[in-house]
Design a protein around this ligand. Structure first.
Ligand code: CO
Length: 368
């Protein structure tokens, strides 16, 4: 059964209970979440209007109307043609919906040309961002979403196991070659497309958390940060291991790896409903700070994962967001030593009624 009709109802209920006159989405993860429409944005105006007291309305280019009718549960579809342009039909629709003068929430990823079109059409409206509403709807995953996230995590785990299995064979490969191998393993295990460019951070490249991959050759005995994921049924995985393919890294790496592993375990043991996101961050950070590496833990401890690879809840210092069952997020402390190496260990977890469950289960040790 499609979840979209219920989600649209929940969205309209939220609007009825909060000081916002409506929400206007364009092709985005929010629109995909509410309607199943997942196309990329284009230069032609395409909006979904939702208000508390009117059925959802799609405002679309004529050439997309049939597709929208086919793929979404929204029945009310208004079109504009290339010959007339969107401005006049949009003004007519907005006056019918009575949204001028109200506060409208727009997609935070909406292209400026479209917010500009809305602003010039609705001269008396004020604007906010859709995440005010959409985070509330999306932050707790339903059973089908958790099943997809679990399946995507299993594919990532299978690929990680295969990559670890390369052993000394990986020594002498370039990061680019290993990244290609990772993508092939993800696809072979059933992944649809990578969640993001795979990260293969060998040696000193591992000290840059968002280094993806380059021509550097993986050497014997050096740490390699492996961070990748794939999508299954639209939902991504995201996990990280830091390994040494020939098993002879130096003492400093062994010490730092053990520290990060302990920090990750401590953070995960903290997780249960009612704990704050900030508490989870603090649990990891305290261990790393006490050991003297606090300055080298240069990012938040984790991020929510759903249709977006980075969404709420953000697991960050000072956050007072309370964790609730069915929230899904990463726990990924790291230590980065410029010019030397980096270590990050990441698993996705789902909050349960009395704790959390890890969705990734491959070994966290650096040994192959
Ligand atoms: Co991540």
């Amino acid at each position: 059964m499609s979840p979209y009709a219920d989600r649209l109802v929940a969205c309209r209920r939220w609007l009825a209970e909060h000081p916002a006159g409506g929400i206007v989405l364009f092709p985005s993860r929010n629109l995909e979440y509410l309607t199943g429409f997942a196309d990329e944005p284009s230069e032609r105006a395409l909006f979904l209007f939702l208000t508390a007291d009117h059925d959802p309305v799609f405002f679309v280019p004529e050439l997309a109307a049939e597709q929208i009718a086919d793929r979404t549960p929204v029945d009310d579809i208004r079109t504009w043609s290339d010959a007339e342009g969107p401005a006049d039909p949009l003004a007519a629709l907005c006056s019918e919906l009575g949204v001028d003068g109200s506060r409208l929430l727009v997609d935070e990823t909406m292209w400026a040309q479209f917010t500009h079109l809305l602003e010039s059409t609705l001269s008396k409206a004020t604007f906010g961002l859709a995440d005010e509403l959409m985070t509330d709807l999306r932050i707790r995953k339903d059973d089908a979403e958790i099943a997809a996230l679990r399946a995507a995590a299993e594919v990532a785990d299978a690929a990680m196991t295969a990559v670890r299995g390369l052993g000394t064979e990986a020594v002498g490969m370039t990061e680019v070659e290993l990244a290609a191998r990772i993508e092939a393993e993800l696809a072979a295990a059933g992944g649809a497309e990578p969640s993001f460019e795979p990260i293969v951070g060998s040696g000193l490249n591992g000290a840059m958390p968002h280094h993806t991959h380059g021509e550097r050759v993986i050497e014997a005995g050096e740490p390699v940060v492996l961070d990748f994921g794939t999508r299954v049924d639209g939902y991504p995985s995201d996990q990280t291991r830091t390994v040494a393919f020939d098993g002879k890294p130096d003492d400093e790496f062994r010490t730092v790896h053990e520290l990060v592993r302990r920090a990750q375990t401590a953070a995960i043991e903290t997780i249960e409903p009612g704990v704050t996101a900030g508490d989870v961050d603090a649990a990891a950070r305290e261990i790393i700070e006490t050991a003297g590496y606090g300055e080298r833990f240069i990012h938040r401890t984790g991020h929510g994962v759903g249709l977006d690879i980075h969404e709420e809840p953000t697991i960050v210092d000072g956050s007072d967001r309370l964790l609730e069952p069915n929230m899904v997020f990463s726990v990924e402390p790291g230590i980065y030593l410029p010019g030397k190496f980096g270590v990050r260990i990441e698993d996705l977890v789902v909050v349960t009624p009395d704790g959390c469950e890890r969705l990734n289960t491959t070994p966290r040790k650096w040994q192959i």
